[in-house]
Design a protein around this ligand. Structure first.
Ligand SMILES: Cc1ncc(COP(=O)(O)O)c(C=O)c1O
Length: 444
């Protein structure tokens, strides 16, 4: 069958099987903008979102009583599995003893030490979202260097951070398509180069006006685009040579291991940001500094009002509930042993998908980073964000998502991403392989 015919059939099935979700979606238009509580939720493939009833471990049920294996896991924020028992226990206990105080708790010390053990950075601060951690890190980098701009890689995503919604058009920096209400033209704040292009990176940093490079260690938000051998060395050398701070955003690449890609591959960032999964979905994020950067910041920050109205922090940032959730999650859920299991499941998922692609002779490929796996509907592994974007196929994306959803599997809506949690099983992975195989047979 051709993809459009298959999609039409799957859309009919989706409508038929989700009457209660359809009813709620229609009612939601009366009280929620565009009928959803958050803009991203309009992007589910069935025309309306499935309304969740409850979630445990790697599974959830919807309001129509259907059960799903969840490989989306809240787009990484529930990489721990849903409601892991140690985090739930810690949150319930802490919630009865204070939620937010503008005072530190002992948990913050434990979490700071644990983050240092994992990622190697010396001192830490906390925020509520990875977006905020990135925003604060950028501000601090500008203040420390006295330089106005940041540099990002084309097709990156680091949360809703104004400076990062820039893209390359030829050699010009322009606002990324879809950017809502940019405060200033993007070429005033941002330099952009393609991922894996060390020459362009060196050229742009040599201009001397870039405070920091903000980079994921591998692009993950346009499919996974891995660094080529030597690229991280070139990035570190070029940032050091030009006095530019290197901020590594590990929010998604935490999938590479307990200390993210940074620990797994020995990176040496000046600043590291991480959020989403570190408190099992309770809003929490962290950003850490090398010893040298921490010393420079400590000399600069507490002296005056910059500690208060400097644009860093927030009333409920570093609240004691988030810290209790982070401590329990790091101590008992996203442990070193859990990552071993999750990465082995990632390998199984990758092998299953690769087998199907090969068996059906499809011009597709699969890429894995730790416990995160993505497939792209093109034959070549992309080297840059632009190549990855050009290799996308919106019709096939939608079809595969819906096909999987109709058979009890949730993939991430923006790309074909699957994430393994400590609660995911081999049977869950094999179910995906079977369904993917069935879809491939119908398409072939
Ligand atoms: C790499 C990366 N950094 C930061 C963020 C922002 O996270 P949040 O939306 O939780 O602020 C995201 C979100 O997808 C991300 O992918």
């Amino acid at each position: 069958m051709n993809p459009q015919e298959l999609l039409d059939r799957e859309l009919e099935g989706f409508e038929r099987d989700h009457p209660r979700s359809r009813e709620l979606a229609s009612e939601a238009r009366g009280s929620l903008l565009s009928g959803v509580p958050m803009p991203w939720m309009i992007r589910w493939p069935g025309g309306f979102p499935v309304f969740a009833a409850e979630a445990h471990g790697a599974r959830f049920t919807d309001v129509d009583g259907r059960e799903y294996v969840d490989f989306c896991l809240g787009d990484t924020a529930a990489m721990t599995g849903h409601s892991p028992e140690p985090t739930v226990r810690a949150v319930a206990d802490q919630a009865g003893h204070g939620i937010t105080l503008m005072l530190p708790s002992e948990d913050s010390l434990w979490v700071g030490k644990e983050l240092s053990r994992r990622f190697g950075l010396a001192r830490w601060q906390f925020a509520l979202t990875a977006t905020d951690a990135n925003r604060f890190a950028i501000r601090l980098a500008r203040e420390l260097t006295g330089r106005p701009k940041i540099l990002v890689f084309n097709w990156c995503y680091h949360g809703s951070v104004d400076e990062t919604f820039a893209s390359l058009k030829g050699s010009s920096v322009v606002s990324r398509e879809g950017n809502v209400g940019p405060p200033v033209p993007l070429d005033e704040t941002t330099r952009v180069v393609e991922w894996n292009d060390a020459e362009a990176l060196e050229r742009e940093l040599a201009r001397g006006d870039v405070a920091c490079v903000l980079a994921e260690p591998a692009l993950t938000n346009i499919g996974i685009v891995l660094p080529e051998p030597g690229f991280h060395d070139a990035l570190r050398a070029a940032t050091r040579e030009t006095g530019t701070l290197l901020i590594i955003d590990e929010t998604h690449t935490l999938c590479a291991g307990p200390g993210g890609y940074t620990a797994a591959y020995g990176l040496e960032p000046d600043v590291l940001t991480v959020g989403k999964a570190i408190a099992a979905g309770i809003p929490a994020a962290a950003y850490g500094f090398s010893e040298l950067v921490a010393e420079r910041l400590e000399a600069m920050l507490p002296a005056d009002e910059r500690a208060d109205v400097g644009g860093i922090g927030g009333t409920v940032a570093a609240n004691v509930l988030s810290l209790a959730a982070m401590r329990a999650t790091l101590a008992e859920v996203l442990t070193d042993e859990a990552f071993e299991r999750m990465i082995a499941l990632g390998e199984r998922f990758e092998a299953g998908v690769a087998g199907v692609i090969e068996r059906h002779g499809l011009p597709w490929h699969v890429t894995r980073l730790g416990c995160r796996v993505e497939y792209l509907f093109g034959p070549e592994r992309p080297r840059t964000g632009s190549e990855a974007a050009a290799g996308g196929d919106p019709l096939l994306d939608r079809l595969i998502h819906l096909y999987a959803l109709n058979r009890g599997i949730l993939l991430t809506p923006f790309h074909n991403m699957a994430l393994m949690s400590p609660a995911t099983t081999e049977a869950d992975v094999d179910l995906h392989t079977e369904v993917f195989d069935e879809a491939a047979s119908e398409l072939a």
